[in-house]
Design a binder for this molecule. Structure first.
Ligand code: DX5
Ligand code: ZN
Length: 219
């Protein structure tokens, strides 16, 4: 399992996606995180598959895509056509979770399941073997730049144990409020992928901020 920090493009310059890809490549990034918000599941609206499709020809980054969308089933083929590698749905936003995970796999993408901070790890007990990734939200989804919720650390550690016990190669990812202070705490809890938006893009130097965060995996 390659452990890495994934810059969230929610904090990037939306008018310059092509340039942002080059800047991230220069900084050593390999995976990026797209936050898709529908204005219903979360009180914010971002971009859809059309924007991702426009950026895809300009990079070979792994596209990790976080759908904060109610009942997103109808959008799945469009994300596949846009060149998404992994599509994560929210457990709270989907009635037939098993069916939608199967639809993502049928479209040839990896499938992730995200949990809001208040949703307990135990809801994944039975469906864990079906997914490629579990995303623990460490803020309430909808906006960048929020404060990390420390009570989610226990849930991360619990999910780490559940994944290890399953014997499967399932990625444990966290998202929200990651900075130099919170990064060591989530690394200690055993996460594989860490999403960081404002801490990467709002820093004076993107390469330095990314390297500092990513370096926490090694220490
Ligand atoms: C929040 C998004 C996050 C967000 C993280 O709903 O899912 O990916 O961009 O931003 P920071 O790192 O600024 O908390
Ligand atoms: Zn996200």
């Amino acid at each position: 399992m390659n452990k890495t920090v994934l810059p969230s493009l929610l904090s990037s310059d939306f008018s310059q996606f092509k340039c942002e890809m080059a800047r991230l490549r220069e900084a050593g990034v390999t995976h990026v995180h797209w936050d898709i918000m529908d204005g219903h599941f979360v009180p914010n609206l971002t971009f859809g598959p059309g924007v991702i499709a426009a950026v895809r020809p300009h990079t070979d980054f792994f596209f990790d895509t976080h759908l904060m969308v109610k009942e997103p089933s109808f959008l799945i083929p469009a994300f596949q056509n846009a060149g998404v590698d992994l599509l994560t749905i929210h457990w709270e936003a989907v009635t037939h979770v098993d069916r939608v995970i199967a639809e993502i796999h049928e479209c040839g993408m990896q499938a992730g399941i995200a949990l809001n901070p208040a949703t307990p790890a135990c809801v994944l007990e039975d469906i864990l073997p079906l997914v490629d990734l579990v995303l623990v939200m460490t803020v309430n989804p909808g906006f960048g730049g929020q404060q990390f919720l420390p009570y989610t650390l226990d849930k991360m550690a619990r999910l780490r144990r559940m994944i290890d016990a399953s014997g499967r190669d399932i990625v444990l990812e966290v998202d929200g409020g990651i900075n130099e202070k919170t990064m060591p705490r989530v690394v200690e809890a055993g996460v594989d992928w860490v999403v960081a938006g404002s801490a990467v893009f709002n820093a004076d130097d993107l390469k330095t901020s990314f390297s500092k965060l990513n370096g926490c995996f090694a220490s």
